[in-house]
Every structure is written in C-alpha cells, then in structure tokens.
Design a protein around this ligand. Structure first.
Ligand SMILES: Cc1cc2nc3c(=O)[nH]c(=O)nc-3n(C[C@H](O)[C@H](O)[C@H](O)COP(=O)(O)OP(=O)(O)OC[C@H]3O[C@@H](n4cnc5c(N)ncnc54)[C@H](O)[C@@H]3O)c2cc1C
Length: 457
C-alpha cells in the first residue's frame, strides 16, 4: 500500500495549470510540497477548454521556463481579427498577444516541470477526499487532507498550508465549508479541431463578437485550428436536435466564414452547456484557493487559463516567506508563524481582488447573454475608427489594463469625438497575415467588402 509522508509545508490539490504552477514556484522557494492529482495518467489534460492564453500570463510562463518550450512545441501567438456588428476590428499594432496551445500539450508540460522541481512530490491517482480541521486559540483552520491513494487506501496528511487547485467542479471548497457563489450564464459552447483550415485572416486567429452570439477560430500547434461557437441558450434546441448540422450551419453563416468543407475535422465536436460563474473567498480557514477553484469566469472571455497561472504565482510569492520561516524553526509551532502565514494569505487575497475583480464583474455582467448597451456599442464603433481606442480596448480585453484605467472620462469623451467625426475605415474584412494555407487567395481578401450585421445570431 502507498505510504505518504505525513507532514509537508504545503499540500496542493490538483495538478493542472494552477496546481502545477503553484507547486513549481513553492518548490523553488525551498519548500516541501505534496501535489495530489486524482488522474493517474501523467499525460492527462483538460479536454473541455479552448486554451486561449491571455498575454497577462506570458510573464508567468517565462518564469516557469516554459515560454520557449511552448513556442518550440508549436504554440501560436493569438492576435486575432474580430468581426463586430459595427465592422471589422483589427488587432492593433503594438498590442501584446498571448499564446494558443492545446491543453494536450500544455498540461503534461506543466506537470513535468512540477514533478522535476526539487521539493515537490507529485502523486498521480491520489484524490483528496476530505479536509482535516484543527482547532486552536485562533479558531478552526484546515490542517491537512484525507487522501484516497492510488491503490484504494486512505491516509491523513498534514501541512502548514492546504491549497485547493481542484478546478471548476472541485469539492474541496465545499468540504472546507467555503462554498462558491454562483451567477448565471446564458450561453453554451461547442468546438472542434480542424487541419488544413483556410481563414481569410491567413495565419491569424479570428473572432466573431456577435450581439449576443459569438464564435472564434484559433490557430494552434500541430497545424490544428480550433473552431468554436458560443450561442445563447435560445439556440440550444437546434443543437440538441442535430449537433453537427447546427454547428456547421452556425459556422458557415459567419461573415468571412472558415471553409470547413475544404478542411479535415480531426476531433469530435466537444462542448459544455452549463457554465455558470463561480466566486469564493480566495483564502479562508487558513486555506488558499487558486485558479478555477477561486474564480471561474465565463469561458467566452478566455481568461481562466491565464488567471490559473497568475493566481498560483501570486499565492506562491505571498506565502513563501512565512512558510520558509516556519520551516527554519520547525521545532516549535509558534503563533508568530501563524500570524505571518495569515498575513501572506491576506496579501494574496488583496492581490487577487485588485487584479481580477473588476474584470470578473464586467464578464459576469455580459455572461447571461444580454445585448450590448450604448456604451459598449460606442466603444466598438470608436475602436474600429481609432487606433488609440482600439489599443486601449484590446489591452482591457486582454486583461493587461484594468477597466477603471481604460473606462475613464477621457476615454468616453474620445469615444464620442471619434464617433462624431471619423468615418468607418474602407477595409471591411479581416487583415490577412502569416498566410498558412492559400497565399494568393488570402492576400487580397481584406479588400472584399462585407455588409455589417450579416451575423446577428
Ligand atoms: C468550455 C470551456 C472553454 C474554455 N476556454 C478557455 C480559453 O479559451 N482560455 C482560457 O484561458 N480559459 C478557458 N477555459 C477555462 C479554463 O479551462 C480553466 O480556467 C482552467 O483549466 C483552470 O485551471 P485550474 O488548474 O484551476 O483547474 P483545472 O484545469 O480544472 O484542473 C483541476 C485539477 O484538479 C484535479 N482534481 C480535482 N479534484 C481533485 C481531488 N479531490 N484530488 C486530486 N485532484 C483533484 C483535476 O483532476 C484537475 O487535474 C475554458 C473553460 C471551459 C469550460
């Protein structure tokens, strides 16, 4: 029967994006980390994800030493051309892009990095089934977990800090008495991978920001392009009746639609219907939550992977000094250690809130699938006409700039001025770059005119 050491500095539950990042960085700080993963295959990966990594995560990937490896593995920069009901919006010059890389490649790479990090013990096929609660003068805290081992045994393991990185459907929060709050989501999502898919944007990805339906095509590694539709639930009966037909019909109705018929579909059509947003306190009862376990935002906005990596990094940096001090003085369990760990957790909570709460609020507001309001319509119209507005909007949508830094009075005045004085650009198709398939065809395509509003959903 598997025996696990009984005491660690940190137990991380879940060895996916958030958990592997946290374990790697905590291990590098010199801590002893137990990383538990219920899947037993080291190549396991999250299948229901469209893996658009926002540029905010580039620095974390670099710090993990993975950015170059991802590029070598075929990761694609994810600048994209967007259709909006008001015209085509091109990725602005100078806007930083992130990466598209399939989870099949990304997840095992991150897991290997964690497993190879001195101090980290990765146990595959091991599930956290419950939490251990301990009571002291300061009150109750989560002091460890009960593990179901790969061979079906059970064991209790303790640590100074338990980190839940167990994802959207994880149970650790509920078991610890820290439930998530759920808010409504009004869309569903289906996607499939294609090889040899021509896009009128050439090598670039494309997005269709419908009002309220949406779609995207993301270039990925292995010459695979992910084609995804995100309609409101009004279209659900059609998809339930005949998934393949509804999927293809919706894609082919897009302005400058991808040429599905000339490409080869290399996957099933995968998807998810119920995708509510979840929020919970990111630290409570002496325990921490990272990635989707802390905050699950609407997948349409492509933020979860980047935020999983970033939140793990914020946590590791905030708590490592206190955990190291406690480790150096392991003979005593002093209340000073508890106080400094609590301060580290409070620092992590504050950082998480400062970086993500405004973005999540905007996302959750659009999530039920409502139509754009006057401000949003004005912003898109303005960004299509004005490079400065396009750059500002792109930085906010890429989560590089806080909404409060972009949606200022100055921006609103510029939106009004631009919409009153500037004409819409003549090029009414996507800008083609980095041609992948049909060079001559794509080179002239941005001249083709497209009446706005063809795809209303
Ligand atoms: C349809 C869809 C499309 C998406 N598209 C995008 C996108 O384009 N871009 C983007 O940024 N985000 C996207 N996301 C979100 C993204 O998939 C998540 O935000 C991301 O996977 C979160 O990573 P995580 O490490 O927190 O959790 P997960 O990747 O969910 O990993 C949780 C891990 O914990 C393990 N686990 C769970 N319970 C236990 C337990 N008790 N014991 C041990 N192990 C356990 C699981 O096996 C798993 O490995 C999408 C999500 C959905 C649903």
């Amino acid at each position: 029967m598997t025996r696990i050491d009984e005491d660690y500095d940190v137990i991380v539950v879940g060895a996916s994006l958030a958990g592997c990042t946290a374990a790697t960085l905590l291990g590098r700080h010199g801590l002893r980390v137990l990383l538990l993963e219920r899947a037993s295959d080291p190549a396991a990966y999250k299948k229901i994800c469209t893996h658009f990594l926002q540029p905010g995560a580039n620095a974390t990937l670099r710090r993990l030493g993975l950015e170059e490896a991802l590029v070598r593995a075929g990761a694609q920069r994810n600048a994209y051309e967007s259709w909006t009901p008001f015209g085509w919006l091109s990725w602005p010059e100078g806007a930083e892009a992130g990466y598209n890389i399939r989870r099949e490649v990304l997840d095992p790479m991150l897991r290997k990095r964690a497993a190879e990090t001195p101090g980290v013990t990765l146990l595959l096929g091991h599930s956290a089934r419950d939490v251990i609660v301990e009571r002291d003068n300061a009150g109750e805290r989560i002091a460890g977990v009960r593990v179901e081992t790969k061979d079906g045994g059970a064991q209790r393991v303790r640590a100074k800090l338990v980190v839940a990185a167990d994802g959207r459907h994880g149970k650790l929060g509920d078991l610890a008495g820290v439930p998530a709050t759920e808010t409504a989501h009004g869309r569903f999502l289906y996607f499939a991978y294609y090889q040899g898919l021509e896009l009128d944007s050439g090598g670039r990805s494309m997005a269709w920001v419908g009002d309220p339906n949406a779609a995207y095509c993301f270039r990925n590694d292995d010459q695979q392009t992910l084609v995804c539709v995100v309609p409101t639930k009004a279209k659900l009966p059609e998809f339930r009746k005949n998934l393949e037909q509804a999927f293809v019909t919706m894609v082919e109705a897009l302005p400058h639609a991808p040429k599905l018929a000339t490409a080869r579909r290399v996957s099933d059509i995968l998807g998810m219907i119920e995708m509510p947003n979840h929020t919970r306190p990111v630290s409570a009862r002496g325990m921490a939550f990272i990635g989707d376990a802390a905050l699950t935002s609407d997948p349409l906005f492509g933020v979860g992977c980047g935020w999983a990596l970033q939140s793990a990094e914020w946590l590791a940096d905030a708590v490592a000094p206190a955990l190291l001090a406690a480790r150096a003085d392991a003979s005593t369990r002093s209340s000073a250690h508890d106080t400094s760990l609590a301060a580290g957790l409070a620092q992590y909570s504050a950082k998480h809130h400062a970086e993500l709460s405004q973005h999540h609020k905007l996302i959750a507001d659009l999530s039920p699938g409502r139509r754009f309001n006057a401000l949003e319509r004005g912003l898109f119209r303005g960004a299509i006409r004005d490079e400065a507005l396009a750059l500002g909007l792109q930085r906010m949508i890429s989560r590089l700039a806080q909404p409060s830094a972009f949606l200022t009075l100055k921006t609103l005045l510029r939106v009004a001025w631009v919409n009153l004085t500037k004409k819409a650009p003549r090029a009414t198709g996507p800008r083609a770059t980095g041609v992948v398939t049909s060079a001559t065809r794509v080179a002239s395509i941005s001249q083709v005119s497209e009446p706005a509003g063809v795809f209303k959903g």
